[in-house]
Structures are given as C-alpha cells and as structure tokens.
Design a protein around this ligand. Structure first.
Ligand code: DAH
Length: 324
C-alpha cells in the first residue's frame, strides 16, 4: 500500500509540472482529490479495512500527500503565470476599464448641505429610524390624538414603537444629553404612509437642523436659511417664506424655492423651538431659545438638477445614476 502511495505522489509531481493552462489545475485536483472518484479519497475509504498495524501509517502518509497536492495546486493558481505561458500577453491591447461607482445624488446633496452648515458651526449626529411614539410625537408637543399627527401617518411596530415620520425625533433625544449651546444637523431616513407620486414616497430623506443658545431669533433663522439656499442653488436664488403650524415650533414657517417646471416647491419647515419642547428636554425656556428646521434633500436634488419625478432617484437605473 505504501509503495502505491509513493508512486501516486511521483506521478502527481510529473503531471503537475506539465500544467500549462489553469483548466488543467482543476483537472488534476479532481483526479487526485475529487470527492467521488479522486485517487486519494478512494484510498482513504479503504483504510478501515486494512490490518490494524498498517492503518496509522497509511493514514499519515495519505494526509501528507494530500497536503503536498493541495499546496502545489494552490501555488499554481496564484502564480497565474500558467495562463500567460500558453497565451502570451499582448501589451498593446488597451486595458480594461473598471466601472467605478459614484455617490448617489441624494448622498451628494446631504454632504453638500453638511458642508454649508459646517461653515456656520454645525456638526451632525444620527438618530434611530425605529422610534418610540414618545420621541417622535409626544415630546414634540403632539400628544395622542393631536390633529397634527394626521399628516404624518406611519408604520407601527406596536402601540408604542413606530418608524419615525421625521428626523425631528432627534431634538429631545439630543437635548436630553447635550446642553446648550447646540448646533447640529441630523440627516437620515423618515417614513410615512403616503401614496407614491412624483413628489411623495413612503420613505424619504430629511435633514434636521437644531440650534439652541440664549439669544438667537427668527431673523437668524431666516438669514441662515437664505445663506444656505444661495450657497446651494446660486446667489440669485429667491425663497418664499410663509406662516405655517408645527406643534413643536412657535412661530412656524415653510420655505419654498422655485422649480422651473413645477413652480414653487416646498423644501423645508422651520420655526422657533417651542418652549414645551425645551421643557421636555429639561432645558429652561426662560434661559434658552433657538430654532429648528427639517429639510427634504430629495426635493433639493429635484430642484438642483431639474428632475420632475422623485421616483427616478430610487429605481436604481444606471443610465440615470451614471450622470452624477
Ligand atoms: N418635521 C417637519 C416635517 O417633517 C419639518 C420641521 C418643521 C422640522 C419645523 C423642524 C421644525 O425641526 O422646526 O414636515
């Protein structure tokens, strides 16, 4: 038996030296190690029937040979050279171009917004997408059955846990742990039970902004947003501001930017943070004040690149995405 094994090894060595093409590596592997009819596995099968005195020796020898075969074949694969010997390389053939991806336009816009607000002293944080009713609604001055919840219907995990309807859930969460002065952005996904159309989807992105200190005013909010819009869209961009109602700001506003095809398009809601929100985060509203906004980067992308249907941003079409 051990004579046979020596012969097998010698034979393998000669054969492996002749390998010229990578297919032959696989052929040899199957011939010697293949599970069904490989030479070594067939010998291994027979070991239990050998006289006890031989079993151990043969076992060890088979193991050694297997290791050598595996080693040799792996080396051949990594040399890769085998392929080139039979197909010499033509160095004049142009190289293969690699497909390198790029950041999704929404990601690019979020990065740009972060950059612009960074110049105003803002940094950014993350918030949970699976959120409690408490932080998404109650702590923002929207108790159960508050009518403002009607425009923000969402997906409930149970009575208390839901998919956040806006990034505003970060406000009280952050203020509970960080005392003023505060200047943060919180970009991320939000969810609503909206029917998909050209300007709505059941999931979308938002960027929350929150500034708390002891002196900021509505004028600072308007000035900062005007600064942002001009930096983002160009210095001749005009915004339209009008009153609104959010339970977590007082007063509240909405801001629109002009889209050549769609007319004025709302890009964000904002306002002076409601004293109750500050109280809910154990911050004294007599000492501190501030403003907040929630903007839609999806809408910013539409305006910036003249896109008139939001859905194209999410259907993974390469001919669209390759333009960015
Ligand atoms: N959460 C609002 C929405 O999703 C947007 C918003 C309005 C955010 C006012 C704010 C704010 O922070 O102060 O429509």
């Amino acid at each position: 038996m051990s004579m046979d094994l020596d012969k097998i090894l010698l034979k393998f060595r000669t054969e492996s030296q002749k390998i010229k093409h990578k297919d032959q590596i696989e052929e040899l592997r199957i011939k010697y190690l293949g599970r069904k009819s490989g030479i070594l596995p067939r010998i291994t099968e027979k070991i239990p029937q050998l006289p006890p005195a031989q079993k151990g020796g043969v076992g060890t020898q088979v193991k050694k040979i297997r290791a050598e075969i595996e080693d040799t074949l792996t080396k051949k694969i990594s040399e890769g050279a085998v392929n080139h010997k039979s197909f010499p390389q033509d160095v004049t053939i142009p190289g293969q171009q690699r497909n390198i991806g790029s950041l999704h336009p929404i990601t690019q816009v979020i990065e740009e917004v972060k950059d612009i607000f960074h110049s105003l002293g803002f940094t950014w944080v993350d918030g949970p997408e699976v959120e409690s009713d408490e932080y998404n609604f109650q702590k923002l001055n929207m108790p159960p059955d508050h009518p403002a919840r009607d425009t923000q219907q969402t997906y409930y995990i149970d009575d208390k846990i839901l998919l956040r309807t806006h990034t505003s859930n970060i406000q009280v969460r952050y203020l509970e742990k960080n005392k003023p002065p505060v200047r943060i952005l919180a970009p991320g996904r939000a969810y609503r039970r909206d029917m998909p159309d050209a300007t709505h989807l059941p999931f979308f992105y938002q960027i929350e902004g929150l500034l708390i200190d002891d002196r900021s005013s509505m004028t600072d909010l308007l000035g900062s947003l005007d600064f942002f819009v001009k930096r983002f869209f160009g210095k001749n961009t005009k915004i339209r501001v009008y009153g609104h109602n959010f339970p977590y700001t007082e007063p509240s506003i909405e801001i629109e930017v002009y889209h050549p095809k769609k007319g004025w398009l709302e890009i964000l809601g904002a306002g002076m943070v409601h004293p109750k929100v500050l109280q809910n985060a154990q911050i004294d509203p007599k000492k501190y004040r501030g403003w907040a906004f929630g903007m839609g980067p999806d809408r910013l992308v539409m305006l910036k690149y003249g896109i008139d249907d939001l859905r194209i941003l999410y259907n993974n079409s390469l001919s669209f995405l390759n333009q960015f």
